[in-house]
Ligand binder design. Structure first.
Ligand code: GLC
Length: 723
């Protein structure tokens, strides 16, 4: 319980006023080295305080604490804003457990804020600074409470926030300087909203485009992957005078997350080669991340070679501990050692246990044994949240779980230590790594008053990145650039006015969402949201006739188009994240797909083409576009997708009825403006000589995808027309 309400309020007020917490002001550690400082803190800590450093609960699971009440918490947080923070709010929101379990970190997972509390910058800051105040007041030995955020395409959580292109687009842009600037702003955005740890960059090497997280990969070109990794880590951490003045960055997911069989998310790489070859195919990003002094690395859910090699239990060759202690020989014979700490993924240890138990001939692991295996396997901090299923494939709402509150996790790790399953040396190693990372941080105090200015800068850079991320796949008769003065009619086909499709997954919600919710009115302006439709209409003005063909609208009878008619159509994947974006495959009807299909939890599997990595117009749209093109209209198809997708060979495929095709991937809120500028020549493809090129091969058909492009596919890595 909070001992002294007055102290808490004063502390909170000072923090809210932007004074940094004790550690960051004492970042200048004088003569004592960071390691010596950490050791001194360690020596002062109780066993319980040490264990608390190994746990990162979500706000959600804290809400499951015995004294918490989400309804009251939600109501409390709706109260007029701080600085008066009612100590009861702390209990209602489960934040008193930060003191009770000596927690050194918390996170907000992929979801939005509590129930109907608007996910605004103000509300995020309020919740996060509340947590920070409890930590400062309850855990005075702790250099800093880490508060994690998935700002993977700028700050995904904020209503009205600027969403940049996802990593696949940043790979197409191939602009490290721009990447670093944008990530520096993403860090300031996070700090302004109260977060100080960003679970980015994803540096997966994508070996199978059926993987639902392909769009989190930068590029199949190792040099591009490495340069963007370096830029992202430097931008996010913004090290000045040896201190991280931005946020702690996280390279993820270690290792081989993009190398699973069939692209199955959280699957098995089924790799039987040598460690050095495995590293050569999956470790390039980690070499750049270590050289850029990334502070943390997140373990992958996947396995290297069978379910007894799950990364959350250390993987194969004891590769995590090797990477942390002796190093791994990589490019150029250089030895790469990671001095930071390893964070697990969301309930990663118990998910590994499910698969491990499937293949081991011992009794199912107990929770203390599970955490011991994970921590001994090199995972220093356990990210824990609700839904810690005992059977990861049991979709029922009443499925049994390993834990439902953070106290059970704390007790299990303490039991593991007291039973000798975790040694003092291992505990010391993990806690020291975490403390050293914290002592290396001196995050800028970014008051919310700066937020509008940060967003203005983000809009400019996100738009430039979106433009550079576009790929001109096809341009018959050079229809692009379109001369605006020659257009009398515009026909918009498909979802040309949906920012949710532009943004993709990891936007406000874990899976993202179609439509324009969270990005209208003032939020439209602050986020720089511009759809294709709004941009084109602004470009051409009101003297042009505009028509729509989509699920609810069709052309007026008699309208047939012609040389002065411009057709701009969108074909797209739905927003998705993680396994929800996996392409089910004809080869392996893995139980995981059954999980997705059985519970219909995947919007992707809801589509008729869930086995088909392609995009199409609807039949009626396709018929309209075909007629318009036959009558001389210029047809430009824009593709919104997380990955290269098949454009021909299916009913409604766009290729045969398009004069030009632009692959836009997931360009974010400014995407419509970028695309319009590219269509009308305000932006020229490839103008800077290194952008607008494919980061991954583009498939002709599913054979290319399933057999990994035996004949190169339709367009190779590096392809991109100029105009
Ligand atoms: C998710 C993702 C990981 C993310 C974490 C926290 O399951 O695998 O990339 O950072 O959980 O949201």
């Amino acid at each position: 319980m909070i001992k002294n309400k007055k102290i808490l309020i004063v502390l909170t007020a000072s923090i809210l006023a932007g004074c940094s917490s004790s550690s960051s002001s004492s970042g200048s550690s004088g003569t004592q080295s960071t390691s010596a400082q950490a050791q001194a803190i360690y020596n002062s800590m109780t066993l319980e305080q040490k264990i608390g450093q190994l746990i990162q609960p979500s706000f959600g699971i804290l809400m499951s604490g015995p004294n918490a009440n989400s309804v009251r918490c939600d109501a409390d947080l709706h109260q007029p804003s701080s600085p008066l923070i009612d100590a009861q709010t702390i209990v209602d929101c489960g934040l008193d457990q930060i003191g009770q379990y000596h927690l050194g970190a918390v996170l907000q997972g992929g979801g939005p804020l509590f129930t109907d509390l608007a996910p605004t910058a103000t509300n995020w800051r309020r919740l996060n600074l509340l947590a920070k105040a409890v930590s400062v007041e309850s855990n005075s030995y702790d250099p800093l409470l880490l508060i994690g955020n998935d700002a993977i395409h700028v700050n995904m959580h904020v209503q009205g926030g600027v969403m940049g292109p996802h990593n696949v687009g940043m790979g197409a842009a191939n602009d490290p300087a721009l990447m670093q600037q944008l990530q520096k702003l993403a860090a300031q955005d996070s700090l302004a909203t109260g977060f100080n740890w960003v679970f980015a960059p994803t540096i997966a090497e994508v070996h199978d485009e059926r993987w639902g997280r392909s769009y989190e990969g930068f590029s199949a070109n190792s040099a591009v992957l490495q340069s963007l990794t370096t830029a992202a880590v430097n931008g996010l951490q913004n090290v000045q005078n040896g201190k991280i003045t931005g946020v702690l960055a996280t390279a993820k997911h270690f290792i081989g997350d993009g190398a699973t069989q069939f692209g199955l998310d959280e699957g098995d790489d089924a790799y039987t080669g040598t460690e050095s070859d495995f590293w050569a195919a999956n470790g390039k990003g980690y070499e750049a991340a270590v050289d850029a002094n990334v502070g943390s690395i997140m373990a992958s859910y996947s396995a290297i070679d069978g379910n007894d090699t799950r990364m959350h239990f250390g993987g194969k060759w004891d590769i995590i501990n090797q990477f942390k202690e002796t190093g791994i020989i990589g490019t150029g014979g250089k030895n790469f050692i990671f001095p930071g700490f390893i964070i697990s993924d969301y309930n990663g240890a118990v998910r590994a246990a499910y698969f491990y138990d499937k293949v081991s001939n011992t009794a199912p692991l107990t929770l203390p044994q599970i955490f011991a295996k994970s921590i001994n396997g090199g995972v220093d901090m356990q990210m824990v949240a609700g839904g810690a299923l005992i059977n990861v494939f049991d979709p029922s709402p009443t499925a049994p779980v390993y834990y439902s509150n953070v106290g059970q996790v704390f007790d299990a790790i303490k039991t593991a230590y007291n039973d000798g399953l975790i040694s003092e040396n291992t505990l010391h190693n993990s806690v020291m790594r975490i403390l050293i990372a914290k002592l290396s941080m001196a995050p800028q105090s970014v008051p919310l008053s700066q937020y509008a200015s940060i967003q203005a800068q983000e809009r400019t850079l996100a738009l430039q990145a979106a433009k550079e991320s576009l790929i001109l796949l096809k341009n018959q008769n050079s229809v692009i650039p379109v001369v605006a003065g020659g257009v009398q009619n515009v026909v918009f086909v498909g979802d040309t006015n949906d920012v949710g499709i532009q943004n993709g997954g990891w936007t406000i919600n874990w899976q993202g969402q179609e439509g324009n919710r969270f990005f209208t009115g003032a939020d439209q302006l602050s986020s720089g949201t511009v759809t294709i439709e709004s941009a084109v209409m602004a470009q051409l003005g009101s003297s042009v006739n505009y028509y729509h063909v989509n699920s609810t609208e069709s052309l007026p009878s008699g309208f047939v188009g012609g040389a002065t008619t411009l057709v701009i159509g969108v074909v797209n994947e739905p927003p998705y994240a993680e396994y929800m974006g996996d392409i089910a495959n004809s080869v392996e009807s893995d139980q995981w797909y059954a999980f997705g299909i059985a519970t219909n939890t995947s919007p992707y599997f809801g589509l008729s083409q869930s086995m088909f990595q392609g995009v199409t117009y609807s039949i009626s749209e396709s018929a309209a576009v075909g007629t318009l093109q036959a009558n001389g209209s210029k047809v430009i198809t824009v593709i919104y997708s997380g990955r290269p997708v098949i454009l021909s060979g299916a009913a409604g495929s766009p290729d045969s009825i398009s004069n030009a095709e632009i692959a836009a991937f997931l360009p974010g809120t400014t995407g419509g403006q970028a695309i319009s500028d590219a269509i009308f020549g305000n932006y020229r493809f490839g103008a800077n000589g290194f952008s607008n090129t494919l980061p991954f091969p583009w498939p002709t058909d599913m054979t290319d995808v399933e057999l990994h492009f035996p004949t190169g596919g339709l367009y190779p890595v590096g392809y991109g027309l100029t105009d």
